[in-house]
Design a protein around this ligand. Sequence first.
Ligand SMILES: [Zn+2]
Length: 271
Amino acid sequence: MTRFLFPNFKKKALTFSYDDNNEQDRRLTCILRFHRLTGTFNINTGSFGEKRWIEHCGFYCEYNRVEEKEVKSLYNGFEIASHTVDHVILPEVDRYTFDYQVTADCKKIGQLCGTDAVGLAYPCGRYNNETAEHLKELDIHYARTIEDTHSFALPEDFLKWHPTCHDHDPRIGELADAFLNDNSDELKLFYIWGHAFEFDKNDSDRWADMDRLCKKLSGKEDIWYATNREICDYVTAARSVKELSGINNTGFDLFLEKDGEKIVWKNNKKL
Ligand SMILES: [Zn+2]
């Protein structure tokens, strides 16, 4: 039997996804970097420099947006993806607005950082089949929902990419243990999402909780620490292979296991 593994023959992948480019991302990126973790920040390029407070699930939180000039350095080492220009609810806008909100955001990210965004987190998690279909037409590779699965399964449809759980999910400790201890043969993805402004909520020491979680999940030989895009693009490439023969033209080195033997199928090379 032949099957694909993640890069470097890993069977586990961990990724993070944070929305809304709040100033609290400054502290969060430091924590992630300190633990050598990576992930994706979904930003609204129409919001830079805005300052306000919001009420979120019964808590008042400072909701200031980062400045345009700091974006490139702040998110260096992470993926920057789209959250639309103005945080619009995609299923509720007309087609012209939809196209503008997504494509202008992706392009602006490219101007700021050198790489156009190809992924997205649905503002307020709102989407439907038509929204997902339309994103595909705009060449968006993936879009994240807020429908927590509490599972480590890879998504069937990357344009409806359901995360494992929110970073403050009551089950996150149990899920982290299950992920770390799972030595089964299937590929496993632990996908954690949230908003950095929520770490300021004072129901517990959420910043310390996040630091502990990151410490626990970091530095493991068997985990691929990756951005959303890296995971989506690699898995999409592997899934596009119809036949395990001939030239690998996926654009990626593919890592395979064939009857227990580990094989790298180099890009542009024969198997
Ligand atoms: Zn948002």
